[in-house]
Ligand binder design. Structure first.
Ligand code: HEM
Length: 167
């Protein structure tokens, strides 16, 4: 299926990526995770996005889904739904250079009334050659914007059907 012309700069990002990540926040213990994300072309002027994470015992951790939009050549929008009770509406810039694609996004958050309070987020995705590096900062539970997640991913042949166990 042809990629919509607006998505041409993001063509190298399309596919499935997997690797390891680390999590931190002042209120919790540091943790490691395994991550798989996919950006899928469905012929529309946006990419479908899915993320899943697992711990070392293969138990599912955080998951999220959404859409990556490119309304202008240097502008990206990321619309995300999180099962922890947030919707995240990110906007930012797209930088494309030889062998380098970088996305920098700031997120506005809506929390359900029972969710842990997240006030703002900041995401970055850097595709450097064959390596996709991601970072996620958040202002949450009364703490200012700071790092929660960092991951280093590489291209996967196809989406894994990982067996998950109940933690
Ligand atoms: C790779 C994806 C992620 C993983 C593996 C992950 C993992 C974790 C873990 C293990 C904790 C500590 C245990 C807990 O309180 O449940 C935690 C806490 C938290 N995470 Fe994440 N998380 C991820 C993404 C996110 C995202 C995208 C957000 C917000 C939009 C978020 C917001 C929070 C909040 C608000 C807390 C609670 C901190 C507290 O209670 O002090 N996380 N996360």
């Amino acid at each position: 299926m042809d990629l919509h012309p607006a998505l041409e700069p993001l063509a190298p990002l399309v596919g499935t990526w997997e690797g390891a990540g680390e999590g931190e926040y002042p209120t919790i213990k540091n943790f490691d995770y395994i991550e798989e994300i996919s950006f899928t072309n469905i012929g529309k002027p946006f990419l479908e996005y899915r993320q899943r994470t697992w711990n070392a015992e293969n138990a599912l951790m955080h998951v999220e889904t959404g859409y990556l939009r490119v309304p202008a050549p240097d502008t990206v929008e990321f619309v995300l739904a999180l099962p922890t009770g947030q919707v995240e509406l990110c906007e930012g810039r797209l930088e494309v250079a030889k062998d380098e694609i970088r996305l920098f996004l700031e997120g506005r958050i809506l929390n359900t009334s029972t969710a842990k309070q997240v006030d703002a987020t900041s995401r970055s995705y850097a595709l450097l050659g064959d390596a996709l590096k991601t970072s996620f900062d958040m202002a949450a539970v009364n703490h200012p914007l700071q790092r929660h997640l960092t991951s280093n991913l590489s291209r996967a042949e196809q989406s894994s059907e990982r067996i998950t166990s109940v933690p």
